[in-house]
Design a protein around this ligand. Structure first.
Ligand code: HAM
Length: 421
């Protein structure tokens, strides 16, 4: 959880730094949102969508979201964000669901940090988006991050490539597995996503999209490369990278840890989707974004030591084991004054209460005894082993002051920092 907390905090910090506004889309939506957005003939829709049936109905018209982009695009159109200054920059961090055989790095519920910039044709913003993804993944301590980059053309030039690919693959039809044979007929580009080694063999000499690019797509890609160079982001050109979702146009990229490239190990991916918003009824609206796989990044990132949890600044303990109400009340008053404390509510001896306070990671114990009649308690520094009397009226202020000078910089402090810090 300490590592996870840091990954989430970093995503929110960078989102704010780059001007992305938070958005939350529902965890389940009308399945048409996903089918239309991601494409009917994709693994995600054909094999991995968790469909949801309403009670008492045979109609499974809902689905758990397998990714965020389709829902964000739907929300952009539904809530009239076209009237806002463009691009609209949106971000979301949360769970996604895909049905697959669970294995290392592949889960049925997994988390993505998702970033979308809607309404800018690029190519400068493409570079900004790639740079943000790279900065995040390398910044959380993943060593040797590589950006694999390709352009996959647009509706002007891709059809000729698809026709050439289909013609080429036609020669290997008999050798292709059943699913790929079906895809060859319906969506030949998807054959390029296949994980089957027989397909990889058949694809060895297949035509490359880069040989079919129109002038506009080529210019876009060349400018993107120049912008990335200016930002000192080096990329690996990946001419066969097409991504597994149908909505992409032009820019497509994935992030890997060097030496762990391959379908199952992408730490994240994204690209441009200039046609998607129109599918939801918008006027033509260019867009680009990415999603990073937080589970995979957590496994590859530098782990955080320590426990990401709540540690009290102080625990209220007392000499009289039976006086739990006193400890409870003082703890409640201190919380009302904004100090993170617990009261020891077990009727046990003072020595045991103090052991408990140290185990909870508190810096201080507040020892309540007879002096309370004179408005005083003992403030005990559990690390130093020292103790001094403090007036109850000054206690909250005194604790805050003493705590500030005792910080040890653990994960708890990080969580107390303001979200934009
Ligand atoms: P995606 O490539 O399907 O893209 O997923 C992005 C990342 O999510 C993957 O690279 C991987 O790290 C993680 N991921 C995917 N499936 C799983 C799984 N079953 N278990 C663990 N991690 C997984 C998208 O989702 C697009 N919406 C990205 C995007 C946003 N494109 C434009 N905007």
């Amino acid at each position: 959880m300490a590592t996870w907390r840091r990954l989430e905090d970093d995503a929110r910090r960078l989102s704010a730094l780059y001007g992305f506004q938070p958005i939350e889309t529902p965890l389940f939506e009308d399945s048409a949102v996903f089918e239309r957005g991601i494409g009917e003939v994709t693994d995600i829709i054909e094999k991995e969508l968790f469909r949801v049936r309403s009670p008492g109905s045979a109609d499974d018209r809902w689905a758990l979201r397998p990714e965020a982009t389709a829902g964000v695009a739907r929300a952009y159109v539904q809530h009239g964000m076209q009237t806002l200054p463009q691009p609209v920059r949106l971000t979301t961090f949360g769970p996604m669901f895909r049905y697959d055989r669970p294995q290392a790095g592949r889960f049925r519920q997994f988390w993505q940090w998702n970033v979308e910039a809607i309404g800018d044709p690029g190519p400068a913003i493409d570079a900004e988006i790639v740079e943000l993804a790279y900065r995040y993944v390398s910044g959380v301590g993943v060593a040797n991050v590589e950006v694999h980059l390709n352009t996959i053309g647009d509706s002007a030039c891709r059809p000729a490539f698809i026709a050439a690919l289909a013609e080429y693959l036609g020669k290997y039809e008999a050798e292709l597995p059943e699913l790929e044979r079906r895809r060859l007929a319906t969506s030949p580009l998807r054959v390029l996503d296949s994980k089957d080694p027989r397909v990889a063999e058949a694809l060895a000499e297949a035509p490359l999209l880069s040989d079919f690019l129109c002038a506009a797509c080529r210019d876009h890609f060349d400018s993107l490369l120049a912008h990335l160079e200016a930002l000192q982001i080096s990329v690996v050109r990946a001419p066969r990278l097409v991504r597994g979702l149908d909505y992409y146009t032009r820019t497509a990229f994935e992030l890997y840890q060097r030496g762990a490239e391959g379908q199952q190990s992408a730490l994240g991916g994204g690209g441009r989707y200039d046609g998607l918003l129109e599918l939801f009824g918008a006027r033509p609206t260019p867009a680009i974004g990415f999603a990073l796989g937080i589970d995979r990044i957590a496994a590859a990132a530098e782990p955080n030591s320590g426990v990401a949890g709540w540690h009290p600044v102080a625990v209220v303990v007392g000499a009289d084991p039976a006086a739990t109400d006193l400890r409870l009340r003082l703890a409640t008053d201190l919380r009302a004054a904004g100090v993170a404390v617990t009261g020891d509510l077990a009727p046990r001896r003072l020595a045991r209460q103090l052991e408990g306070a140290a185990r909870d990671g508190a810096h201080f114990a507040i020892v309540v005894g007879d002096e309370l009649d004179e408005g005083q308690v003992q403030l005990r520094d559990l690390e130093a082993g020292t103790q001094r009397p403090v007036n109850v009226d000054d206690l909250a202020r005194e604790l805050q002051r003493a705590h500030a000078s005792h910080r040890h910089g653990d994960a708890n402090e990080r969580s107390e920092a303001p979200p934009n810090a």
